[in-house]
Write a protein that binds this ligand. Structure first.
Ligand code: SF4
Length: 324
């Protein structure tokens, strides 16, 4: 959905640059997109959803919402997809629009909370308060939808502590899932002007990674699924749109590597032996070895030989090691 679907102008956002969409997609475009994606998903065990993202879905004229949802609901009724999700703003949630979404079979509503600190919200001209997020989240759960609450880090007037507090509130509000987006400076935004005049300084990559790692662990412990870490350049960020900020093509991998680095630092890095053999779950292997084998290089300072292998009986970030 393009920005024209959104009545707000948050200081960091130029939705045309983020979604790559500047006009409303017509029915044919939507159907073609759904059909081509369905054709590419051949595995029967996949969970497939149609998602209306970008802009503010419940801020669209009612007829347009009904039109888009009726397309998606046919796929749901025919069993070709498992759910429909929309993203919107907290102040565009009320009983009327929740009834409409329920009627068409929407399963998940994601709210762009971004921060649960009123100072940060005001500074970013979000146009809603923390209380409005809380009210919307409660209503969404009362209506039986899955709740997603997206957050951003490194916003103007934000801090490490405020981000941790936001994550804790997201957990308390009962979100099933979240997305963590580092704030990037995008062309043609108020934030870009603030950056150019030195009023705003984005997080550096290192701090964005270590904060995201803390947040990931908090959400993981609470059972809140982090479904996205960072923007995807190809899908979500137009080439050349970004001026500054902690963007990295493998942001999630950096965060996961950082978590493993801390596991090793507290677990084995101070041991000394000629060689170490570390076993991890297969899904964790790349993260344990580290981005560009960074964790392995760190361990090579304590051991002459470092070998990794997999053991699928291990759970999560548990690992075994043998010294020789
Ligand atoms: S509410 Fe969302 S889409 Fe609208 S301007 Fe803010 S960030 Fe962009």
């Amino acid at each position: 959905m393009p920005e024209i679907a959104c009545p707000q102008k948050c200081t960091f956002c130029d939705q045309r640059q983020i979604s790559g969409q500047s006009v409303f997609p017509d029915n044919n475009e939507i159907i073609q997109k759904i059909e081509s994606h369905l054709a590419s998903y051949t595995r029967s065990d996949r969970e497939v959803e149609i998602a209306f993202f970008g802009g503010t879905f419940t801020g669209l004229p009612l007829k347009r919402q009904e039109n888009y949802l009726s397309i998606a609901s046919k796929y749901l009724i025919n069993g070709l997809i498992h759910g429909i999700r929309i993203s919107t703003r907290p102040d565009y949630i009320d009983t009327e629009n929740l009834q409409l979404l329920k009627h068409f079979g929407v399963t998940t509503i994601e709210l762009g909370a971004q921060s649960l600190d009123d100072e940060v919200l005001i500074r970013c001209e979000r146009g809603h308060t923390v209380m409005q997020v809380e009210k919307a989240a409660t209503l969404i759960k009362q209506y039986g939808f899955n709740l997603g609450l997206q957050m951003m880090i490194g916003l103007p007037d934000d801090s490490f502590e405020k981000s941790i507090a936001t994550a804790k509130k997201i957990i308390l509000l009962g979100a099933k899932e979240t997305r963590i987006y580092p704030c990037l400076v995008i062309k043609n935004t108020i934030l870009a002007q603030e950056f150019e005049t030195g009023i705003f300084k984005p997080l550096n990559l290192e701090n964005a990674v270590s904060l995201s790692a803390e947040l990931w662990l908090l959400f993981e412990k609470a059972g809140v699924k982090v479904i996205r870490l960072g923007l995807h350049r190809s899908e979500e960020l137009n080439e050349g749109a970004m001026i500054a900020g902690p963007y990295h093509i493998s942001f999630k991998e950096l965060v996961m590597s950082h978590i493993w680095k801390n596991v090793f630092l507290t677990g084995i890095a101070d041991l000394h032996s000629e060689s170490i053999h570390i076993q991890v779950h297969p899904k964790e292997l790349n993260f344990a070895v580290g981005y560009l084998a960074g964790n392995k290089a760190m361990l090579m300072k304590s051991f002459q030989k470092v070998r990794f292998s997999v053991d699928d009986s291990l759970v999560g970030r548990d690992f075994h090691y043998t010294l020789s």
